[in-house]
Design a protein around this ligand. Structure first.
Ligand code: SF4
Length: 243
């Protein structure tokens, strides 16, 4: 099972900072967290926001200036573009959950340090466990490499890659798309493929127990495509919506 290269070992109950919290409880804990040095320079922590039962979770690397000011994820120019791109699916912000690997802004938007990622990772783990998204769409190379170490975004963007029992769907960062018309077009095309990734994830989970725990990084397309689009038994019982 793959862990992020600079992330922590899976935490034990002794060092787990989130315990059995709800999503709201995690957000409240994050807002007052002092587990790493980023707490000393932040204005506001940015826990994340969105649906309480999202099929898709968008994960960036860390908050920027505007996010730090407002305490909300992806609210600057890149966030506006993300909203526009969600619209082409079509999705609204309230349909998905948006968060970051680290919840506090690194000074001058530098990359977060390994110890900062390690300290913050349990919050993301808990959010993923509680929200149980079908697809995690990573935004940018850095966020992608937390889940898929060594992957090149130019190779895997817009493709489904298996991670645990979830589909990872790497996307270019909207900020990069702001600087390049070609990249924006690519990002828009990739966004249009997200519904297909959700269907692949549903097919992935039609299998029984061992299938849900196959090695991380297995391309989701390797799963039996004949089941794609058919809701798994648990879906028929719970009728969890696609979006
Ligand atoms: S980045 Fe994460 S671990 Fe560090 S202070 Fe913020 S919430 Fe806590």
């Amino acid at each position: 099972m793959t862990e992020p290269p600079t992330g922590p070992e899976r935490v034990t109950s002794d060092d787990e900072p989130t315990g059995e919290l709800s999503i709201q409880g995690i957000a409240a804990t994050v807002r007052t967290c002092t587990l790493c040095a980023l707490s000393e320079t932040r204005t506001n922590a940015v826990p994340g926001e969105g649906s309480g039962s999202p099929s898709i979770m968008f994960i960036g690397e860390g908050p920027g200036f505007n996010e730090d000011q407002q305490g909300r994820p992806f609210v600057g120019r890149a966030g506006k573009l993300l909203d526009e791109l969600l619209g082409v699916v079509p999705l609204r912000r309230s349909d998905v959950y948006i968060t970051n690997v680290v919840k506090c802004r690194p000074p001058e938007n530098r990359d977060p340090l390994p110890e900062e990622v390690r300290a913050c990772w349990p919050y993301l783990e808990s959010q993923i466990s509680l929200l149980r998204p079908r697809v995690i769409a990573t935004l940018g190379r850095h966020a992608m490499n937390r889940f898929l170490p060594g992957a090149r975004i130019s190779d895997v963007h817009g493709r489904s890659v298996r991670w645990r029992d979830i589909v990872i769907f790497p996307l270019y960062h909207p900020a990069a798309a702001l600087r390049s018309t070609a990249l924006r077009q690519t990002l828009e095309e990739d966004m249009r493929r997200i519904p297909g990734a959700v269907l692949e994830s549903l097919a992935l989970n039609t299998g029984t127990g061992p299938e849900r725990h196959a090695p991380a990084g297995t391309p989701a397309k390797d799963t039996d495509s004949t089941t794609a689009g058919e809701p798994p038994r648990e879906e028929q019982a719970g009728q969890k919506r696609l979006f």
